[in-house]
Design a protein around this ligand. Structure first.
Ligand code: ADP
Length: 159
């Protein structure tokens, strides 16, 4: 049987405890999870790609089932290239659902073989997003509860 490979796509600017929880909960279901950092030149990121990648690698360094990669263009094309049959996404709110429904159905119509798998966020993570964390960093608020420790430490020391 083919290995169950999932892509968890996103900007991860930066990776939050919400993202971490989705990956950890999905791990028992898949043989491999590729965290795919989408490179989108129209989105101005706060953290450069190599920093975002380094942090995620550190967070999962003890777990050989997790890899980090970058991709440009369509998520389904990236999945095809690396032989991934699943796209992993998190759902926080009904607004997330409406957005994800459209993209998920579009992806299904583009490439039928790929299934999108959704995880409901933990209730305590529903209000956490990378953009909220970026706002906290900008206005020097406490973001330490919302990102993994290694990221919090480095941001507190350098930003
Ligand atoms: P995008 O640029 O695609 O929105 P993000 O990095 O913001 O990328 O998010 C990637 C994925 O993680 C999305 O499926 C999103 O719904 C999910 N996600 C984001 N924040 C959380 C959270 N707090 N809890 C659970 N899932 C989340």
């Amino acid at each position: 049987m083919d290995k169950k490979i999932a892509v968890f796509p996103g900007s991860f600017d930066p990776f939050t405890v919400g993202h971490q929880s989705i990956v950890n909960r999905a791990l028992p279901i898949f043989d491999k999870i590729i965290i795919g950092i989408g490179i989108n030149h129209e989105k101005n990121s706060l953290f450069d790609f190599s920093k975002r990648k380094f942090w995620i690698e550190q967070i999962f360094k003890k777990n050989p089932k997790v890899e980090v990669a970058s991709f440009k263009g369509l998520t389904v094309e990236f999945c095809k290239q690396i032989n991934a049959g699943y796209i992993l996404r998190g759902l926080r709110t009904s607004a997330d659902f409406e957005y994800e429904r459209q993209i998920g159905q579009l992806n299904k119509s583009l490439f039928y073989e790929i299934e999108t798998v959704f995880f409901l966020t933990m209730p305590e993570h529903t209000f956490i997003s990378s953009s909220v964390v970026r706002e906290l960093i900008k206005y020097k608020g406490d973001m330490t509860k919302y990102v993994p420790e290694i990221i919090a430490k480095e941001i507190m020391n350098n930003y």
